[in-house]
Design a protein around this ligand. Structure first.
Ligand SMILES: Nc1nc2c(ncn2[C@@H]2O[C@H](COP(=O)(O)OP(=O)(O)OP(=O)(O)O)[C@@H](O)[C@H]2O)c(=O)[nH]1
Ligand SMILES: [Mg+2]
Length: 317
């Protein structure tokens, strides 16, 4: 596998594509080879793009790819759809929306439709980002859909998170209610050609006012609101400026290193959690104790909390 990693590093697209598939399926040999070059992985800029279904995230991503390409950058994209692991719809949409970059060797788009059952969606996305980083893509864009837990995940994956809303759909109001503003570094009002953009902007401003203040001493970032019409690339320059502005803010306050460190810490904690659970599902004394307590829960003899507490005590953890 070490030679695969070298081929990815040298920019071989086929090996990159195959490596991404192996990483997604949790292939230990590939992941270990990737871990062995962890120390010298580049740290590309990471931009997260999230928002309700159909808000125009892929169309915007395509426009941003174009804008970054114009600056000479090599762009990697990971498009995730955690809501429909079996449907090809989103993937087809991605292909279509980003088709004009399909023949550009300096652009790599990867769609992931699985829930990342081999270690969680965010773990799978992190591995994909690492492979794209190794292949020299910078920036990386991560698109994800939804108005639930997935945005929280994406906020952890990215340095700069774009929240894309549209005037038309009730989805955007729902997203505002669901607290999506808390993760926004930049708010995009896409489909500004449609009625209601001004009204939505007012709602967004109101929601932004409700964001919790950062801890004392931490720098305050006020997310800019950018109006776009992605289909005709209107507002893309302004969006690029907003992304660059947030990046300067992070750099100016020395926040990039700590963002990276916290991301690795969370990744570690998630893997430890999954690793321990996997041990309990395997063989041995710990697994037997786990099973005994599970039966107590199933029979109603112990509350789940009490069973977990006793198990952890018994394991000496
Ligand atoms: N009128 C208008 N339509 C747009 C705009 N941006 C995107 N669309 C259209 O909206 C539809 C959805 O666009 P996508 O880019 O696929 O949206 P998405 O958020 O990636 O969708 P999912 O990934 O399926 O959640 C497409 O038909 C686009 O052509 C816009 O600014 N104005
Ligand atoms: Mg999309």
């Amino acid at each position: 596998m070490a030679d695969w990693i070298e081929q990815v590093r040298s920019g071989d697209r086929r090996t990159l594509a195959r490596s991404l598939t192996l990483a997604e399926s949790g292939d230990q040999a590939l992941l270990s080879a990737l871990d062995s070059v962890y120390g010298d992985l580049p740290r590309p800029q990471r931009i997260g793009i999230t928002g309700p279904p159909g808000a125009g995230k892929s169309t915007l991503t395509s426009s941003l790819i174009g804008a970054f390409r114009a600056q000479g950058a090599r762009v990697g994209v990971v498009a995730i759809d955690p809501t429909s692991p079996f449907s090809g719809g989103a993937l087809l949409g991605d292909r279509l929306r980003m088709a004009r970059h399909a023949l550009d060797a300096a652009v790599f788009v990867r769609s992931m439709a699985t829930r990342g059952q081999f270690g969680g969606l965010s773990a799978a996305t992190e591995d994909a980002c690492d492979l794209l980083a190794l292949a020299g893509f910078d920036p990386l864009m991560v698109e994800t859909v939804g108005v639930g837990q997935s945005e929280v995940d994406i906020a952890r994956l990215a340095d700069t998170t774009l929240v894309v809303l549209t005037p038309a759909a009730g989805d955007s109001v729902q997203a505002l209610k669901a607290g999506i503003m808390e993760i926004a570094d930049v708010v995009v009002i896409n489909k500004s050609d449609q009625e209601g953009a001004a009204r939505l902007e007012e709602d967004v401003k109101e929601a932004l006012e409700l964001r919790p203040m950062p801890p004392a001493g931490s720098p305050l970032w006020k997310p800019p609101i950018v109006r776009t019409v992605a289909t005709i690339e209107q507002g893309v320059e302004g969006l690029m400026a907003a992304i660059a502005g947030h990046r300067s803010h992070l750099q100016h306050h020395g926040l990039l290193a700590s963002l990276h460190a916290r991301r690795q810490e969370r990744r570690y904690e998630e893997l430890v959690g999954r690793g321990l659970l996997a041990c309990l599902h395997a063989q041995g004394a710990a697994a037997a104790a786990f099973e005994r307590h599970r039966q107590s829960v199933l029979s109603g003899q112990l509350s789940p909390r009490e069973a977990a507490r006793r198990l952890i005590e018994q394991l000496g953890l």
